[in-house]
Design a protein around this ligand. Structure first.
Ligand code: FNR
Length: 187
């Protein structure tokens, strides 16, 4: 049995270090996790005016989450919070009222920053949002990645053995978390 993981990259940057981190965690993830990116780039800004008739980009977002067993958020920190593009995607997915795509979904959060605290504040903010959306979050281990181009290759390779093992453990714990949640709350 394998688990389908839909992952969000919270950055729209063509040189995103969080996209590199996403590649790195996919490389070291257990074999029974299958990854598909859930794109957020082309979503319009959410408004309740759309609730009666979602545009194709938003329907695709909700379909992608529905097709996933779990979601993984790989996000930068912007001004000590969540990037607007990611928050916009979450707002879309949480609506219309009564059709919240994140209800009971197994979830995990990780992020990389060039700053020393490695997206810790953004992750706390994201965790609050996901709590309200009723996602089943992995609470430990936490992963605040201080990004260095000396350690992370653009292809997601990790040259520091301790960092690679840390990411491997994080993803192994995520896999176990997904299995535990789905045992109680099958999708
Ligand atoms: C940042 N950056 C940043 N870093 C951080 O550690 N804490 C922060 O609050 C912020 N705030 C912030 C705001 C904005 C608008 C930008 C553009 C950047 C720096 C950030 O860590 C760096 O740009 C990363 O490269 C962003 O991740 P991606 O987009 O490369 O994945």
């Amino acid at each position: 049995m394998s688990y389908r993981v839909g992952y969000f990259v919270g950055s729209l940057s063509s040189t995103s270090i969080n996209r590199i981190l996403a590649k790195a965690v996919i490389r070291v993830a257990p074999d029974d996790l299958e990854f598909t990116e859930i794109p957020i780039r082309d979503l319009p800004l959410y408004s309740q005016d759309y609730d009666a008739d979602f545009p194709p980009e938003a329907r695709a977002l909700k379909d992608a989450i529905a097709a996933a067993d779990a979601v993984l958020f790989v996000t930068p920190e912007y001004n000590r919070s969540i990037p607007g593009a990611l928050k916009n995607a979450i707002d879309w997915a949480s609506r219309p009222w009564g059709q919240n795509s994140f209800d009971h979904i197994p979830a995990a959060v990780i992020g990389a920053s060039i700053g020393q605290i490695g997206t810790a504040v953004a992750q706390q903010s994201l965790r609050g949002v996901l709590s309200f959306c009723n996602a089943r979050q992995m609470t430990a281990p936490e992963a605040y990645i201080h990004f260095s181009a000396d350690v992370f290759g653009e292809d997601g390779s990790v040259s520091n053995a301790d960092t690679e093992q840390f990411l491997r453990t994080f993803m192994s714990e995520f896999r176990d978390h997904v299995q535990r949640v789905l045992t109680v709350l099958p999708r």
